[in-house]
Write a protein that binds this ligand. Structure first.
Ligand SMILES: *Cc1c(COP(=O)(O)O)cnc(C)c1O
Length: 425
C-alpha cells in the first residue's frame, strides 16, 4: 500500500461483519477462562491483552498504522509526546549513561533532558546540529547510548541532516532517535535516511484538531542490539523481572518495542486512553491531505511575509534562499517542511508582541500544528524558563514569532497578518 492508503487503511483490517472504524476498547482489563492462559500472558509466552496499562487493542491498531507510515517494524503509543521521548531514552539508558542530543530541539524536550533526566543520572551533551560529523562525533563517550535529534526543530525550524547524524551514531555503535513530529511521515521518513527510532507528539499534525495529547515511538528494527551485548544489556541480557527472558533472543527485531511495553509501560504507566488513540486515528485518516495543504499554505505565506517592509526576517526551510532548503529537498517529499515558520518584526521584542496582540483571525495559543492558524512568542511563553544564553543556543531570538499555518484560506490569513502589520508604526 502507498502511504496515502496506509493513512486510511493501515493498522486495522476488519474481517467480514466487523466494525470498519477501529473500535474503542474502553476497558481496563480482559477476561480469561483459565489461570494458565493468563499466566502465559504475564510471562510474555502468549500474546494477548490483560491490562490496558500494558496494551490495548485500540492503541495497538493505531500504533501499527503509525509504524507502517514510518516504515518501522513496531510502535507503541504513549500518553504524550514528552512520554514518548522519555521512554525512547529510558529504554536504552540507566543512571550513569550519556546521550548526545542536537541543541535544536523542542523546549520541553530540552528541559526533560537537561533537567529532569539529568536528575535521574543521565548526562546529555548538546551539539550544534549544523556542525560537521567529526565535531559531533567528539561528543561521544564510552557510556553514550544514543543520539537524539529533531527532523524540523520546534520552533527554530532547523532541518536535521539525518544521514550525517546516523553515520556518527552507527560509527559509535549507538542508535539514532529522531523526533519527526513536524513533517510527519507524509513529508519525511527518517528511517529511510538512517534513523533507527522515531518519536512523535501525535498531539500535533497526526491528530491535527487539537483534540488530544499523545505520543508514539516507532522502531525500525534495523539496529542490531546483539552486536553490543554489554552496551545494551537491558535488551540483550536476561531480564530478571521476566524470569530471565532476553528481549532480543525472544522477540528479535521487536525487542525494543516489547521492552518499552513490558518494562517501561508496566512500571511507569504512560498509556493513552483508548478514546484518545481513536481520535489520533481519525486524524491519521486525513493526515496525507491535511499536511500537504498546511505545507503549501505556509510556503505561500512565508513568501508573502518576505515581501513586507516591517518584517525583519523569515525563517522557513521552504524558502529557496533558506540555508536548510537543500537539505529539505534531499530528505523531504515536496518543497515545504510543514505548516510552521518563524519570523521577527522590525523593532524587536516589543514590536513582535504588539503585532501579535493586533491579530484577529490568528489566535495566540501554546499549541501548534493543527487546523486553526495560531501564533506564539516563545521568549514569553514556551521557553520562558530558559536564560538568554540558552535561548540563543536554542536558536530563539527574543523577537521570534512562531506562526503555525492552519487549514483556512491562506488569503484570509494573509489579510489578518497585513492588518496587524499596519498597526505597527
Ligand atoms: C509538542 C512537541 C513535543 C511534546 O509533545 P506533547 O504531546 O506536548 O508532550 C515533542 N516534540 C515536538 C517537536 C513537539 O512539537
Amino acid at each position: 500500500m502507498k502511504i496515502d492508503t496506509l493513512c486510511v487503511q493501515g493498522g486495522w483490517t476488519p474481517k467480514c461483519g466487523e466494525p470498519r472504524q477501529v473500535p474503542i476498547y474502553q476497558t481496563t482489563t480482559f477476561k480469561y477462562d483459565t489461570t494458565q492462559h493468563m499466566a502465559d500472558l504475564f510471562d510474555l509466552k502468549a500474546s494477548g491483552y490483560f491490562y490496558t496499562r500494558l496494551a490495548n487493542p485500540t492503541n495497538d491498531a493505531v500504533a501499527k498504522k503509525i509504524a507502517a507510515l514510518e516504515g518501522g517494524v513496531a510502535g507503541i503509543l504513549t500518553s504524550s509526546g514528552q512520554a514518548a521521548s522519555t521512554f525512547a531514552v529510558l529504554n536504552l539508558c540507566n543512571a550513569g549513561d550519556h546521550v548526545v542530543s542536537s541543541a535544536q530541539i523542542y523546549g520541553g524536550t530540552f528541559n526533560l533532558f537537561a533537567v529532569s533526566l539529568k536528575k535521574l543520572g543521565i548526562e546529555f551533551t548538546f551539539v550544534d546540529p549544523d556542525a560537521d560529523a567529526k565535531t559531533i562525533a567528539q561528543a561521544i563517550r564510552p557510556n553514550t547510548k544514543c543520539i537524539f535529534g529533531e527532523t524540523v526543530s520546534n520552533p527554530s525550524g532547523c532541518i536535521l541532516d539525518i544521514a550525517k547524524f546516523a553515520k556518527v551514531a552507527h560509527a559509535a555503535g549507538v542508535p539514532l532517535i529522531v523526533d519527526n513530529t513536524f513533517p510527519t511521515p507524509i513529508l519525511c521518513r527518517p528511517i529511510e535516511h538512517g534513523a533507527d527510532i522515531v518519536v512523535h507528539a501525535t498531539t500535533k499534525y497526526m491528530d491535527g484538531h487539537s483534540a488530544q495529547v499523545g505520543g508514539c515511538i516507532v522502531d525500525s528494527g534495523n539496529f542490531d542490539w546483539t552486536k553490543y551485548p554489554e552496551r545494551f544489556a537491558g535488551l540483550v541480557a536476561p531480564d530478571p523481572s521476566y524470569h530471565g527472558l532476553s528481549y532480543t533472543q525472544t522477540f528479535g527485531k521487536m525487542a525494543y518495542i516489547v521492552k518499552a511495553t513490558a518494562h517501561l509501560m508496566r512500571d511507569f504507566g504512560s498509556i493513552p486512553s483508548p478514546f484518545n488513540a481513536f481520535l489520533v486515528n481519525l486524524g491519521l485518516e486525513s493526515l496525507h491531505v491535511r499536511i500537504r495543504r498546511h505545507a503549501e499554505s505556509a510556503l505561500k505565506i512565508a513568501k508573502w511575509l518576505k515581501t513586507q517592509k516591517k518584517v525583519a526576517w523569515v525563517n522557513f526551510a521552504g524558502l529557496p534562499d533558506s540555508p536548510y532548503h537543500k537539505l529539505l529537498r534531499k530528505q523531504f517529499d515536496g518543497n515545504s517542511p510543514c505548516g510552521v515558520m518563524t519570523f521577527g518584526i522590525k523593532g524587536g521584542r516589543a514590536a513582535s508582541i504588539r503585532f501579535m496582540d493586533s491579530l484577529k483571525l490568528v489566535g495566540i495559543v501554546t499549541h501548534v500544528a493543527d487546523a486553526w492558524t495560531c501564533v506564539l512568542h516563545p521568549a514569553s511563553h514556551t521557553h520562558r524558563q530558559l536564560t538568554d544564553a540558552q535561548l540563543k543556543a536554542a536558536g530563539i531570538p527574543p523577537d521570534l514569532i512562531r506562526l503555525s499555518v492552519g487549514l483556512e484560506d491562506p488569503d484570509d490569513i494573509i489579510a489578518d497578518l497585513k492588518q496587524a502589520l499596519a498597526k505597527i508604526k
